[in-house]
Design a protein around this ligand. Structure first.
Ligand SMILES: Nc1ncnc2c1ncn2[C@@H]1O[C@H](COP(=O)(O)OP(=O)(O)OP(=O)(O)O)[C@@H](O)[C@H]1O
Ligand SMILES: [Mg+2]
Length: 463
């Protein structure tokens, strides 16, 4: 698709000369002979580029510039100015012109300016597209869950995203705190500015300050150049203070000042720098307890805890499991280029029975491993990591088996069959061990040994 260009000049000969030149270069070019005609044209379609003389009869090139920008902000405008009118040219640039061409100019000059300006148009369009894609990939849609707790989380995110309110995102490890931060930023008016994430736990006290506030050259040994801190980098955007509960008290005091005054000094510097940053903070720690025992500043706590988003542990919202499982299975299958498989009953029950200390992250990894290992029609219990299968078997067990050994393969088939046989009987008898044992013609004690061996929890089948 060749870019559409409009050339506006009330001297017919000049307009046509420019048109010929650009058409020969493969552009699609229209002309307008007056300001009025130009205004009509820019109102009726979006041009990538408008080249207009500043001095037109009736209206001026500035009117054309404004109308073109109003109709489509992405349209670039090149202003042709009379010799000696640099001042007006500067004005045009301020009003949004991409460049100007002082008369007289030759063909090469014109071509060069047009090429450069159109390149800028393409770059800006690509950037816009990229930003849209990033925003879509980090939107609220990424967060899966239908439980009351998650519904509340979505609700809060929707309500606060377009404000500048500070949000404290809380929840155990792997519950999606970072996803929440993404969703807030990419739904906010700051979405085209950076979302900067700092892990407050990952740096020593000295480093965290230079990391956050930047440093001047020579501020300390190793500071060979001046560096902007995360606050400055995030200017106009959002700063996520991740693992805020692990921040040293001394740093807490400094952060507090920046949050209150919205200004800072770089380490080793004395110039005050103003920043416009929306703050998000995340932690898996009990901040209230930390305030009580004096390891977290109360004033900072109040500053951060303006709006709270609370993500409960996965075991407290097992209703979210089915949707999460479906999402992660599909994602892993497409990522690993595997056929999509369903979970076999026992595998599914093991997921329901598991305690999920690592929450959603653990689930995601478990299913990824299962998708990678599964070879049958369905994903079997054996394809899940040992920790999820029932805990008693070390995960490394199956990996240490020599691959391709017939005896091991046979053993695995037997085990798999036996496990299935047992869990099916338990399911038929609602987890009643005596009845299940009787049904299978086994001694109750023998079944109990098998349950321990396979890490099967009969409680899962009750009720
Ligand atoms: N509700 C959810 N829907 C979909 N994916 C989720 C959800 N919650 C978490 N995840 C996924 O789980 C993983 C962990 O999420 P995230 O990094 O946001 O957790 P976190 O709470 O920041 O953990 P940590 O405290 O360890 O930093 C990510 O891969 C994320 O995509
Ligand atoms: Mg995190």
């Amino acid at each position: 698709m060749s870019p559409a260009i409009l050339v506006v000049d009330d001297e017919r000969a000049i307009g046509i000369a420019i048109q010929r030149l650009l058409v020969a270069r493969g552009y699609e070019v229209e002309t307008a002979l007056s300001g009025e005609e130009a205004l009509e044209k820019v109102a009726s379609r979006a041009y990538q580029l408008v080249i207009t003389d500043l001095n037109l009869k009736g209206s001026t090139g500035m009117d054309v510039l404004r109308a073109a920008k109003e109709g489509s902000p992405e349209t670039a405008v090149i202003m042709i100015t009379a010799y000696g009118s640099e001042k007006i040219a500067v004005e045009a640039m301020k009003a949004g012109a991409a460049d100007y061409l002082p008369k007289p100019f030759d063909n090469d000059e014109l071509e060069l300016v047009v090429e450069r300006v159109l390149e800028g148009v393409t770059l800006r369009r690509d950037l816009k597209l990229l930003r849209q894609q990033v925003a879509e990939r980090h939107g609220l849609e990424r967060l899966v869950g239908k439980s009351n707790a998650m519904t509340r989380v979505f609700d809060v995110i929707r309500k606060v995203a377009d404000t500048d309110l500070t949000v404290l995102i809380r929840g155990p490890s792997g519950t999606g705190k970072e996803l929440v931060a993404d969703a807030i930023h990419y739904r906010s008016p700051r979405r085209d500015r950076p979302l900067v994430k700092v892990n407050c736990a990952a740096f020593s006290r000295e480093l965290v300050e230079s990391e956050l506030f930047g440093h001047e050259k020579g501020a300390f040994t190793g500071a060979t150049a001046t560096r902007e801190g995360k606050f400055e980098v995030a200017d106009g955007g959002t700063l996520l203070l991740d693992e805020i509960g692990d921040m040293a008290l001394e740093t807490q005091a400094k952060i507090l000042r920046v949050l209150q005054e919205r200004e800072l000094e770089r380490v080793g510097g004395n110039r005050t720098i103003k920043v416009d940053v929306r703050i998000l903070a995340a932690t898996n720690q009990d901040l209230e307890a930390k305030v009580r025992d004096g390891t977290f500043r109360q004033d900072l706590y109040y500053r951060l805890n303006v709006v709270a988003v609370i993500l409960p542990a996965l075991r407290e919202r097992l209703e979210d499991l089915p949707a999460l499982i479906e999402t992660f299975l599909a994602a892993a299958a497409s990522r690993l280029r595997r056929p999509s498989r369903r979970l076999a009953g026992p595998a599914y029950r093991a997921l329901l029975a598991h305690d999920w200390p690592g929450n959603v992250r653990e689930l995601e990894h478990a299913l990824e491993q299962a998708v990678a290992l599964a070879s049958g029609e369905e994903i079997e219990l054996d394809d899940l990591p040992g920790a999820v299968r029932g805990g008693s078997e070390p995960d490394a067990g199956r990996d240490q088996e020599p691959p391709g050994s017939f005896k091991d393969a046979k053993q695995r088939v037997i085990e798999r069959f036996e496990r299935q046989f047992i869990t099916d009987a338990l399911a038929r008898h609602q987890g009643n061990i005596s009845k299940a044992a009787e049904d299978m013609g086994m001694y109750r004690q023998h079944l109990q040994l098998k349950l321990a061996e396979y890490g099967i929890d009969p409680g899962v089948y009750r009720g």
